[in-house]
Design a protein around this ligand. Sequence first.
Ligand code: MG
Ligand code: MG
Length: 267
Amino acid sequence: MIKIKTLEEIELMRESALIVSKTLGEVAKAIKPGVTTLQLDKIAEEYIRDLGAIPGFLGLYDFPNTLCMSPNEQVVHGIPNNTPLKEGDIISVDCGALKNGFYGDHAYTFEIGEVAEETKKLLRITKESLYAGIKEFRAGNRVGDVGFAIQNYTEKHGYGVVRELVGHGLGKEMHEDPEMPNYGRRGRGKKFKEGMVVAIEPMINLGTHQIKQFSDGWTIKTVDLKPSAHFEHDVAIVSGKPELLSTFQYVYDALGIVSDEEDEFRQ
Ligand code: MG
Ligand code: MG
């Protein structure tokens, strides 16, 4: 069942989303070659707790850490460890936080130093596809409209759209209805209504869409071991239109990136 949020609840969810946004900004300040994902995980956990929130992933379905950190051929759900990041890596950092009873949940894929041109392009197109999907998240549209937009935007570059993992409704639970696949057909699926809040999160592979689960029971990798990108935002429908609750601005401030990509999704 889809749980509709009041405007007051949406403001609380914005607070939770912004805690995650700021946490990703803290990660952005520290991420560089030589740093381990476990060190970044510790920074994130302390930062979230300092803001009076609870790490959203820690203990959820028994996940052992605050961040899902998935480098290179890992798609999502990578577990932080003591392996230092190295020049040329990419890494998806997915973070959740719980405050006032509501979850925030979003993700950014970082470049570590100079990365290969084709990988840079994968990241750019995946992030653009996120916004192409968000545009379709409006009252009267359907789940398939978002999925179609993301699939259409990425497959024309020859990329693989992960099928088994999807975006989701967000609220008092991390994963609520509806499921939000990154593929689909226009006009199909559940209809969007005022007050819905979802996490839209394209997971896009440079090669095949096929994935496999690693023996740790968590980490998802591409079957062909080519890189995979992942960007995620939390979005509400307000006045019929998509309203971004999360922001990459803290990441951009840390990395010196100038962007107006989020402007059209703020009312
Ligand atoms: Mg996430
Ligand atoms: Mg999510």
